[in-house]
Design a protein around this ligand. Structure first.
Ligand SMILES: [Zn+2]
Length: 469
């Protein structure tokens, strides 16, 4: 990366964004019709057996869900449709973290504790909900990569409810009216490969509440676990030191990383592999249908690591690793990744003060000055300026691969760039911009050229730890 350049921030926009189509959703819709009679029958049985939904896990709860026959993937609805309704206003998935936003009716009673409850057969899992002042809604977490972790969900079917505990200690259960969030549902995603196996997780709007199915499923050919994005490419060399180009160094490390991750069983997609046409204008093709932003989304990956090198003398006394992440995140994995790379490659964490939020972890967001520069750029290019708030994510690879969650805005209005087809997506790829070292610093340069395997090993170790392998 050339820091401070517009290449990472990049500006531009023009076409109507469209939501990702989904073959699985359509197939599921047809299945749903086909089994509706069975389900109604099952519901009647379930209703008769179901008693007292409001207590803690009780024996009777298992019968809230009718038994399913082999191969029948339809979920019976929440039986107790007489529950009060809270409103599901938003559903998102960033990486493997499913998030909800729940709005209570104005006359809702005071409560001291709110929990999201997932009932799957006899088992109940709960997640604490927090009241968010800004949205005046209940959320799982104010952090985009923290919520219901789809990697941890067991195979089965279930439904979500809200449990509010009043000041007198009484817990009351609410259903989640999914209608306002229906446009964002169903939301489905394959889990990251673990022990050679995957599951297809589907959150969908049931008749009365938010429902879930988790089924063991082979990963389709076109779906991947992880994206590796070697920065720059073709006519865009990135940082340079004498004859050494950033694009070549990061491509070599990406190839080694791909091999190391595949050895651990992950399915890895590369946004480029060095076979791109040398004449390609790579600094402008990120929003092409086959460009790095759109393919990071279309390949269904949960994690994207964009590999870059720094080249900057004035702000650093030493080289080292920097992991840039989105704003409002839990930064545990970013820190782990930085330390793992530093340890395995034999380098250090960058001590650069700018944008640093934790050891090895950095976050850059738009300042008023950045936005003024963008407006001036739009005026020069003769397109309507973007409507972006101060504090929006700065680097495009982080921002644009996260859809609405990270504030993607590249709608094609700048004719020099294409369009982010996933601009409006409520599913985001958890993306990190990995600045592996400084090409301008001799110790880093030596390590990057002589020990690329170390960087690859560090990345693979961190990913494996993240997913518990
Ligand atoms: Zn770069």
């Amino acid at each position: 990366m050339r820091q401070g350049y517009t290449d990472q921030r990049n500006t531009d926009y023009g076409y109507t964004p469209r939501r990702r189509g989904n073959k699985v959703d359509r197939a599921r819709g047809r299945q749903r019709l086909a089994v509706v009679i069975l389900v109604l029958l099952a519901l009647v049985v379930g209703w008769c057996l179901f008693a007292g939904h409001r207590g803690e896990s009780s024996q009777s709860e298992q019968s809230a869900f009718a038994p399913l026959s082999e191969g029948q993937s339809e979920l019976p609805e929440l039986s107790d449709s007489g529950l009060q309704a809270a409103t599901l206003t938003r559903c998102t998935l960033y990486g493997t973290a499913f998030g909800v936003q729940i709005t209570l009716p104005q006359d809702a009673p005071a409560f001291t504790r709110a929990q999201l409850v997932l009932s799957m057969g006899q088992s109940r899992q709960t997640w604490p909900l927090q009241y968010n002042e800004e949205s005046t809604a209940l959320v799982l977490s104010g952090l985009i990569n923290q919520g219901v972790d789809i990697q941890q969900l067991p195979v089965g079917q279930g439904s979500f409810t809200l449990q509010l505990t009043g000041e007198d200690g009484t817990a009351i259960e609410w259903r989640l009216d999914p209608a306002p969030a229906a446009e964002e549902l169903p939301l489905n995603r394959y889990t990251v490969t673990q022990n050679g196996a995957n599951r297809l997780v589907t959150f969908y709007a049931g008749q009365n509440t938010l429902c879930l199915t988790v089924e063991t499923c082979a990963l389709p050919e076109e779906v991947y676990d992880i994206v590796l994005d070697p920065g720059h490419g073709a006519d865009d060399g990135g940082s340079v030191w004498q004859e050494v180009y950033e694009k070549d160094v990061v491509l070599q490390i990406a190839k080694l990383t791909k091999a190391a991750l595949e050895e651990r069983g992950y399915k890895v997609f590369m946004t480029r592999d060095g076979t791109e046409d040398p004449e390609d204008m790579m600094a402008y093709t990120m929003y092409e249908p086959d460009g790095r932003v759109n393919t990071a989304q279309s390949c269904g990956a949960k994690l994207c690591l964009s590999l870059h090198l720094n080249s900057l003398d004035e702000y650093v006394s030493q080289g080292g690793v920097q992991i840039y992440a989105a704003d409002k995140m839990q930064y545990g994995f970013a820190g782990l990744l930085a330390q793992s790379i530093a340890d395995a490659a034999g380098t250090c964490l960058s001590d650069m003060a700018y944008y640093r939020i934790a050891d090895g972890v950095f976050c850059r967001t738009m300042t008023r000055q950045d936005l003024d520069d963008l407006d001036a750029y739009a005026a020069r290019k003769n397109f309507t300026p973007f409507d972006i708030p101060v504090g929006a994510n700065y680097y495009y690879i982080i921002r644009e691969t996260g859809g609405v969650i990270t504030g993607a805005y590249m709608d094609g209005r700048n004719p020099d760039y294409g369009t982010n087809l996933y601009l409006d997506s409520n599913i985001g790829v958890e993306t990190y911009l990995c600045e592996l070292g400084f090409l301008s610093v001799k110790t880093d340069r030596t390590l990057l050229l002589q020990n690329p395997e170390g960087y690859a090993k560090g990345i693979a170790l961190a990913v494996a730890e993240r997913f518990g392998d």
